[in-house]
Design a protein around this ligand. Structure first.
Ligand code: PAF
Length: 283
């Protein structure tokens, strides 16, 4: 496995690879790799000649009061995971040279970036799209793999790629869950054992919703109320939002069909967790 730390050096390498006709699959991450990331790497491995993974904790997507400095950075284990899963190139940009000192250019997908998670985390998606576009320009992937756990992020990245005619196929991959149903996330590390038990209510509420919908429920309000009731009574859990929306434009839906997604964001203690249910996966 080759490791690159410098933007230009990697860009030169990917240009060379492209000339040989090899396809490039790309997995962008912020590290602290877990089974969710591994599933993206495995899918990229199956569908491409070359697999490139980036690990970069992107300062642009963190708000001033968020966890940028305490975000886990287990570099050695990240490297080993990539090696063990046959990654060809690991991109570990240097934190102080990835962006130019006088960086001034940002890309924003309007509207979609301001709702749901964007309301609670102003500027977050602007940071995500800016770093992802920059990484795309360095890596030049044919296919890029993102987890459906960050559903809004996936929708926004797909929109950016479509709007800007980037020659990249964006592939959304299934959420990977722990044995108890909790969606895997690098931020789960912040939870105490007690908080983890509380957090289970989020995936449980989605499972209950899935059962109701699978047995014929079509009303978004009924399903919203069911989830709200389950979560609003939980001690030490604060709902940020529950949204039942269209999977393309993220606008509120009244009737449920396979193009609907249920999004949840909630704080357990001080940790903000997100999860979702894409009805396409159950209908
Ligand atoms: O999903 C993430 O880990 C990040 O938002 C991403 C896509 C790597 C951009 O920093």
């Amino acid at each position: 496995m080759l490791i690159y730390r410098n933007n230009l050096e990697l860009q030169n390498e990917t240009l060379k690879l492209k000339k040989t006709g090899k396809s490039i699959g790309f997995v962008a991450t912020m590290g602290a790799l877990h089974q969710g990331h591994i599933s993206l790497i495995e899918q990229a491995r199956k569908e491409n000649d070359i697999v490139i993974v980036s690990v970069f904790v992107n300062p642009l997507q963190f708000g001033p009061k968020e966890d940028f400095s305490k975000y886990p950075r287990p570099r050695e284990s990240d490297e080993n995971i990539c090696k063990d899963h046959n990654v060809d190139i690991l991109f570990l940009p240097e934190e102080d040279s990835f962006y130019l000192k006088d960086h001034k250019t940002y890309v924003t997908v309007e509207e979609l970036s301001e709702i749901h998670c964007g309301k609670t985390r102003p500027g977050h998606f602007k940071g995500v799209t800016t770093v992802v576009l920059k990484l795309f320009n360095i890596v030049e992937p044919d296919r890029a793999y993102f987890g459906k756990k960050d559903f809004q992020q996936l929708v926004i990245i797909k929109k950016m790629v479509a709007d800007l005619s980037l020659p990249i196929e964006v592939i959304g991959c299934p959420i990977v869950r722990d044995f108890d149903g909790i969606a895997l996330s690098s931020r789960n590390k912040y939870l105490s054992p007690e908080e983890r038990k509380t957090a289970l209510a989020i995936s449980q509420s989605l499972r209950e919703a899935a059962n109701r919908i699978a047995s014929g429920e079509k009303s978004a309000k009924v399903v919203y109320d069911l989830i709200f009731e389950k979560l609003s009574n939980k001690e030490n859990l604060k709902i940020d939002y529950i949204a039942i929306v269209d999977d393309y434009n993220l606008k509120t839906r009244e009737n449920l069909d396979k193009n609907t997604v249920i999004l949840i964001a909630a704080y357990v203690g001080s940790t903000r967790l997100i999860d979702n249910l894409h009805l396409e996966d159950i209908l």
